[in-house]
Design a protein around this ligand. Structure first.
Ligand SMILES: [Zn+2]
Length: 72
């Protein structure tokens, strides 16, 4: 098998809110998807997820659940 010489991962994917992309370490936290997978989110999106009626199954669903719903 190939050598795992490129074990380093892009740092941009490790500590940023998966919803808004915030990299401010002071507000970063994490939430869990339905399968128990931990994903990084900022504080406000963590709260938004907790307030939503359901637990997201995927990151895409998490984005949808926590998106601003502005009734116009
Ligand atoms: Zn966020």
């Amino acid at each position: 098998m190939a050598n795992t010489s490129s074990e380093r991962r892009s740092p941009s994917s490790t500590s940023a809110c998966v919803v808004c992309g915030s990299t401010d370490a002071r507000v970063l936290s994490s939430t869990r998807l339905q399968a128990g997978e931990r994903v990084t989110v900022c504080g406000s999106h963590k709260t938004a997820h907790q307030r939503s009626e359901k637990i997201a199954v995927t990151i895409e669903e998490l984005k949808t659940l926590t998106a601003d719903r502005r009734a116009s």
